[in-house]
Design a protein around this ligand. Structure first.
Ligand code: G3P
Ligand code: CA
Length: 241
């Protein structure tokens, strides 16, 4: 089972920053999970919330700031004194660093309820421009979203990219998400996992990943289900189990 550092190693560092991604690399996780959004001037940045209020010293919606304006804010001090001065990470900055690591990657497109028109094209363009020729873009990364039209768009742009359908409900008709999106993975909250629907997915050749697994009880529960990966704020806790 693959262990992904959720929003970087957010249990130890300010989430979705380069410090968090560096920490994940140091912890020798299998992969990194992060969230991508778009600024007013069309730049891709890494942030979970649609506003910067919780994770910076500023206030307001990401879509209302230019990148230069966003870069004036401190995205580290809310977490602790040793992180003062950390800037928002751009996806270009992250991906330039990432392709030199051995890690797997899950990119979550945070589209909806704020709609970022054209975010999928920009994401694919950046990855294809930055990735070295011998980098396995299709094998090393997965693109997920709760906003399923974004996953259809990714497949339209390049059918070779792996995608994952995020959902937060019990999947009554498991394969309906797959029929609608042509995705490769189902990404379920651990609470909605059960052996019955996981078997249906596996029999159809669909992988299952789960978020956000943070306690030993949660980990022991998902481990028995033989799924492909988990996202955790404390990924190092599960690496040797
Ligand atoms: O991608 C899994 C997980 O990150 C989804 O939830 O809210 O942490 O982005 P959230
Ligand atoms: Ca996420």
């Amino acid at each position: 089972m693959m262990i992904y550092a959720h929003r970087g190693a957010r249990g130890y560092t300010p989430e979705n920053t380069m410090a968090a991604f560096q920490k994940a690399l140091e912890l020798k996780v299998d992969g990194i999970e992060l969230d991508v959004q778009m600024t007013k001037d069309g730049e891709l940045v890494i942030c979970h919330d649609h506003t910067i209020d919780r994770t910076s010293n500023g206030s307001g919606w990401i879509r209302d700031f230019t990148l230069q304006e966003l870069q004036q804010f401190d995205f580290g001090s809310w977490y602790g004194e040793s992180f003062v001065g950390i800037k928002i990470a751009t996806f270009i900055e992250f991906f330039t660093w990432y392709v030199k690591t051995p890690l797997y990657l899950n990119i979550e497109i945070k589209n909806g309820p704020v709609i970022y028109e054209g975010i999928e094209e920009k994401l694919v363009h950046i990855m294809k421009t930055i990735a070295p020729k011998d980098f396995d873009l299709y094998g090393r990364l997965n693109i997920s979203s709760f906003y399923h039209p974004s996953l259809c768009k990714i497949k339209e742009l390049d059918n070779h990219f792996k995608t994952g359908v995020l959902f937060s409900c019990y999947p009554v008709d498991v394969l309906s998400f797959i029929k609608q999106t042509n995705a490769d993975y189902l990404h379920s909250h651990w609470y909605y996992l059960d052996a019955k629907w996981i078997k249906i997915a596996h029999d159809a050749g669909i992988g299952v990943n789960s978020y956000t697994v943070n306690t030993l009880e949660e980990f022991n529960f998902v481990k028995k289900l033989n799924i492909q990966g988990i996202f955790s704020d404390y990924p190092d806790c599960w690496l040797k189990r």
